[in-house]
Design a protein around this ligand. Structure first.
Ligand code: GUN
Ligand code: ZN
Length: 430
């Protein structure tokens, strides 16, 4: 028999989706436990019951700290790690002025490997156990990301970013080479250990119709892979799409007519949607990925979380580093709260925590594997210190409920709140 590990602390689990079923689906246990064996959660319950039933288990007691599923970031750009927080531009100028010059550097495998290492150091120290990333057009960048994730035992998603126009020389492929390189990388990495390949056209302005269609064919051959791209992030971008694709009914149509819509499609941003786009995204079971720190940082707009959730859309939460201004999913939850407030809806801490864990997992079609504290799920966990700074501690001290205790950490917390992270049950602190 393999060895059992029992971790003890406060626990927070969700029996369902708090947006659809109400916050009563959240189960808080002030003295709970999570039993882990062979990388999986095998039992949850009260600490006392689990201790009694599993006297041989190795026990780690985290005291008052809160044990949660690790955070799941549903959209990021690991190659933008070193240029996060670049000042003063809107999307198109930001891409041309900051992003593309940095992405050019990933032709060098040593540089790609160095940034991949830094990226996973940062995401793990922020409690994020699954990341979903765009790479660059260079296959080397995909190899660097997956090799680093694999060496750390992570469940991770990524793909080669494809662009065959409107990008600098040295940062473009072609329709054929994008298909060939993506297919080769997919065969190499998809399903290796915990890794998942995502077919990745950057966005319609940087792909010809021919390239979008080639990637649509590749997706049809591998429908179990996700397909990630950007949709309706900023007004100038949408106007540009209309110029580039005059025959298209709307932005989404440029993907739809290329076979790039359906279950497993991950549309980053999705802020300025038409009624037709909203209806089609819902009908086709696509996922929308909300990137709130990016949307305020680049000045893109206010995502309609309340309306889209009411309409039954599948929505994940993401940092979008480095258009997003933080590696922290706590900071990202805070921004989601602020953006929703600006649209007249106060998201409950249960909704925010769910979005950052099970919600993102569902958007990635991984809801049976990660993001939930229940038997059978992979034991990727984060342990939060709910009094990690003097400001948070003095506020949390007054809390009368778990939500009042958690909300200051959501709004003011950062990597200092991350007491521990476990990947398949093993603490990364060693
Ligand atoms: N649209 C196309 N590429 C990008 C990117 O790298 N970041 C963001 N935020 N939007 C994009
Ligand atoms: Zn993005």
């Amino acid at each position: 028999m393999t060895k059992e590990t029992l971790i003890i602390g406060q626990t927070l689990a969700f029996d369902g989706d708090p947006f659809q079923d109400g916050i009563g689906v959240a189960q808080h246990n002030a003295r709970g436990g999570v039993l882990i064996e062979a990388g999986l959660i095998t039992a949850t319950g009260t600490a006392d019951d689990l201790r009694r039933a599993h006297p041989e288990a190795t026990v780690t007691d985290y005291g008052d700290a809160l044990i949660l599923p690790g955070f799941v970031d549903a959209h990021a750009h690991f190659p933008q790690t070193a240029m996060i927080a670049s000042w003063g531009k809107r999307l198109i100028d930001w891409l041309n002025g900051y992003t593309f010059p940095e992405e050019m550097r990933f032709e060098d495998p040593a540089y790609a490997a160095e940034i991949a290492k830094t990226y996973f150091d940062l995401t793990l120290s922020n409690g994020t156990t699954t990341t979903t990333s765009f790479c660059t057009i260079h296959p080397e960048s995909v190899d660097a990301y997956f090799a680093e994730a694999q060496s750390r035992g992570l469940r991770a998603i990524a793909g080669k970013t494809c662009m065959d126009r409107n990008a600098p020389d040295g940062l473009t492929d072609t329709a054929q080479s994008a298909y060939d390189d993506s297919k080769r990388l997919l065969m190499k990495w998809h399903g290796q250990d915990r890794l998942i390949y995502a077919i990745t056209p950057r966005f319609s302005p940087t792909s010809t119709r021919e390239q979008l269609t080639a990637l649509g064919s590749l997706w049809a051959e591998h429908p179990d892979c996700p397909m990630q791209t950007h949709l309706s992030e900023q007004s100038e971008e949408i106007a540009w799409v209309h110029d580039l694709f005059p025959e298209a009914r709307d932005y989404l149509d440029t993907y739809e007519t290329a076979g790039l819509i359906g279950p497993g499609a991950l549309f980053g941003h999705a802020i300025h949607l038409t009624d037709r786009e909203r209806a089609r995204l819902k009908e086709t079971d696509a996922s929308l990925i909300h990137c709130p720190t990016s949307n305020t940082f680049i000045g893109s707009g206010l995502f309609d979380m309340d309306g889209l959730m009411r309409d039954g859309h599948t929505i994940g939460l993401a940092t979008d580093t480095g258009g997003g201004s933080s590696f922290s999913m706590l900071r990202t939850m805070a921004a989601a709260y602020e953006v929703a407030q600006l649209r007249g809806r106060a998201l409950h801490p249960a909704e925010l925590m769910w979005l950052a864990t099970a919600g993102s997992a569902k958007a990635l079609r991984l809801q049976d594997k990660i993001g939930t504290l229940a038997p059978g799920f992979e034991a990727d966990l984060v342990v939060l210190d709910l009094a990690s700074t003097p400001a948070i501690a003095q506020r949390a001290q007054r809390a009368k409920t778990i939500w009042e205790a958690v909300f200051p950490t959501i709004m003011m917390g950062d990597d200092r709140a991350i007491r521990d992270v476990r990947i398949c049950g093993r603490s990364i602190a060693g």
